[in-house]
Design a protein around this ligand. Structure first.
Ligand code: ZN
Ligand code: ZN
Length: 131
C-alpha cells in the first residue's frame, strides 16, 4: 500500500504529511502545479484498469491475483502497455481546480509555498525510537 511520511520544506520550513504511492486498488496522481494529491480507485477507471491487467504477463499484486487472472482470461478488450496506461490515467484524472494537470510522476510540493525542495522530516517519522 502507499505510505505516509513527515516532510519539511527547505525553503519555508513548513512541516506536513506526504502521502505517497498507490495501493492494491488505487493509484495516486499529483497536480503538477500545486502538488495536490488525488487517489483514483481502479473501479472508477473501469475498462482502463482491465485493459492494463490484460496486458500484464502476471498479476498486478498478490492481493488482486485472483481478480487479475479472471480479467486476463475473460476480458475481451485490447491490452494496454504500461506507458499507454499511465497516459490514459493522467487523461482520466484530468485537471486540478488550480489549473494544473494531475500526473503520476509530479513531484511532492510544499503545501504552503509550493516548493519542490523538501526533505523527509525524521522527527515526525512513523514509529518513534530514533535516537
Ligand atoms: Zn493543483
Ligand atoms: Zn514551503
Amino acid at each position: 500500500m502507499g505510505s505516509e511520511y513527515g516532510a519539511r520544506c527547505r525553503k519555508c520550513g513548513k512541516k506536513f504529511i506526504v502521502q505517497d504511492g498507490g495501493g492494491f486498488t488505487f493509484v495516486q496522481v499529483r497536480c503538477d502545479k500545486c502538488g495536490h494529491g488525488r487517489f483514483i480507485d481502479f473501479r472508477d477507471m473501469g475498462e482502463l484498469h482491465n485493459r492494463y491487467i490484460k496486458g500484464l504477463s502476471g498479476s498486478y499484486s498478490i492481493a488482486t491475483a485472483q481478480h487479475d487472472k479472471h480479467v486476463q482470461e475473460n476480458y475481451a478488450g485490447e491490452p494496454l502497455t504500461e506507458e499507454e496506461y499511465h497516459k490514459l490515467i493522467e487523461g482520466f484524472a484530468g485537471r486540478h481546480s488550480c489549473g494544473g494537470h494531475f500526473r503520476l510522476d509530479a513531484p511532492v510540493r510544499c503545501i504552503d509555498c509550493g516548493s519542490t525542495d523538501i526533505e523527509a522530516d525524521e522527527e515526525s517519522r512513523y514509529g518513534c525510537c530514533y535516537d
